[in-house]
Ligand binder design. Structure first.
Ligand code: BG6
Length: 486
């Protein structure tokens, strides 16, 4: 169904996020008839273009970021005609004339300010919007992650934006929550009966959450070198996935119930002491290696910073201290330049209480549910079966496989397509609330502090591998191993 007519004002409208994610997502929503005729997309940036120059640029970029069969000339012309450009220095309020002209007329279009720029600009832009009388109670503001670089800066940003916008108008985006596969975690758990009775420390041995990327930092080294994997991925995406795996069933899927339950998980995470960080959290950085058979340079070369101590890999062991999860470790792992692009949640069940098949070849392997988030969305339930044969009983692990593309025969929309439409609809359920963001920062902060104080820096791992050996040891110490799915 079409959403309400809207003005999307994108600060950072010529930047990497806008061209790679936001504009392709809006184009696809337009193609599917979800954007009413009056909807406009206004890019604000310092690139000094004009409307025509911006449309030309976007025409070229869409070709790079969308499949050729998604682009049809009629939709493309209609979409490009929605685009406007305002040359704006976000930090200098007296250089906003072009934007003010575009937003001059009173309108009943929903106005969305999308801040696809550095987080230190979130506060100043909000204040300038208010000073120019561009904010009323119908406006929405979207904040890209990371919100700040630690707890204190996140609080400052939240205070600054919160002094202009009400919390109900603030949409803190974590695109992992918009992924079909991540939302499906909720459905798997709460729209089926057979898993939930087993979803606790009586039956589950441990949980693994891996988000592995084979790409390096690409053109984003400037940002990434100041950020690192803990801020870029763990504080937000991995902890959000952990929350969906660990949370209690909300009464219903509405804007506050889901977020209330996620917050309780974040608050139940056992705080890491300085000493814990040394044993329970591993930082790594890739050196030159081979990815898919091709030689790739080290992170320090990619970042053009020969002394960089920024981590491109994190593995850690977390504990959720509550009745359901007591004693069940959650192992998290993420990294750039790993062997494969593969994100998954692994629920490892406990072994059978008593071996029933003595003399059989092999033991019954503990059951394992692997929820594959990407690149392919699916689910595999590993069970033990009898291998066919006339002799005795031979145990063999087999898997029940569900592949979503095959099951539903349709494309999964990109996370931004869903989330951008939720902003226009005014539904913040899949966005992070202030208290969640701050609880997540509070939990990762001991790692930030400990790693900053460390002289030796992150452990090295060759590009194209699954991280430093200390990440393997982290589990081996507990008698466990990482599931290497891809
Ligand atoms: C972004 C990070 O939030 O997520 C990137 O800033 C990372 O560094 C990306 O590559 C991963 O997203 P996806 O959807 O490709 O898994």
């Amino acid at each position: 169904n079409p959403v309400a007519p809207c003005d999307f004002v994108v600060f950072g409208g010529t930047g990497d996020l806008a061209v790679r994610k936001l504009l392709p997502a809006l184009y696809l929503r337009d193609r599917d008839g979800q954007l009413p005729a009056e909807t406009r997309i206004i890019a604000a940036s310092r690139a000094g273009l004009d409307h025509v120059g911006y449309r030309d640029k976007v025409r070229g970029e869409l070709g790079r970021f969308l499949d050729a069969d998604a682009l049809d000339p009629l939709t493309l012309d209609r979409f490009l005609a929605r685009l406007h450009y305002a040359s704006v220095d976000a930090a200098a309020p007296d250089e906003w004339d072009q934007l003010l002209q575009l937003l001059d007329q009173p309108t009943d279009r929903v106005r969305v300010y999308y801040l696809a720029c550095a987080p230190n600009l979130f506060g100043p832009i909000s204040r300038h919007l208010a000073a120019h009388n561009l904010v009323d109670e119908t406006c929405r503001v979207v904040l890209e992650k990371p919100i700040g670089h630690d707890l204190a800066s996140a609080r400052d940003i939240n205070d600054a934006v919160g002094s202009v916008f009400d919390e109900s108008q603030i949409f803190r985006i974590d695109h992992y929550l918009g992924k079909e596969s991540v939302q499906n975690l909720l459905v798997t758990r709460f729209a089926n009966t057979f898993l939930e009775p087993l979803w606790n420390s009586s039956w589950i041995d441990h949980v693994q959450i891996t988000v592995a990327e084979s790409l390096g930092v690409g053109s984003r080294a400037g940002y990434y070198d100041q950020s690192g994997a803990l801020r870029d991925m763990v504080q937000n995406h991995l902890l959000q996935v952990l929350c969906l795996v660990a949370m209690e069933p909300p009464t219903c899927i509405d804007r506050e119930s889901v977020r209330d339950e996620k917050l309780k998980v974040l608050q139940a995470l056992k705080p890491l002491s300085h000493n814990d960080v040394g044993t329970l959290a591993i930082a790594g950085q890739y050196v030159a290696g081979l990815v898919d058979g091709a030689a790739v340079p080290s992170y320090r070369d990619d970042a053009e910073n020969p002394d960089s101590l920024t981590e491109t890999f994190v593995a850690l062991k977390a504990e959720v201290r509550n009745w359901r999860w007591s004693g069940v470790p959650f192992y998290l792992r993420t990294g750039k330049r790993m062997e494969h692009r593969s994100s998954e949640v692994v629920i490892q069940f406990k072994p059978v209480p008593h071996p029933m098949f003595p003399g059989s070849d092999g033991d019954a392997e503990p059951n394992k549910l692997v929820i594959q988030l990407q690149p392919e969305e699916g689910m595999r339930l590993f069970m033990t079966a009898k291998e066919p044969g006339p002799g005795g009983i031979r145990l063999k692990p087999v898997s029940l496989d569900l592949n979503y593309v095959n099951a539903f025969q349709r494309r999964s929309p990109d996370a931004y397509e869903r989330l951008l439409m939720d902003v226009v609809r005014g539904d913040p359920t899949l966005f992070m609330r202030r208290d969640e963001v701050e609880a997540a920062w509070a939990w990762v902060e001991p790692m930030l502090v400990a790693w900053r104080a460390q002289e030796r820096g992150p452990r090295r791992y060759p590009a194209g591998t699954n991280g430093p050996f200390e990440a393997t040891t982290l589990l081996e110490r507990d008698g466990r191993t990482w599931h290497e799915g891809a």
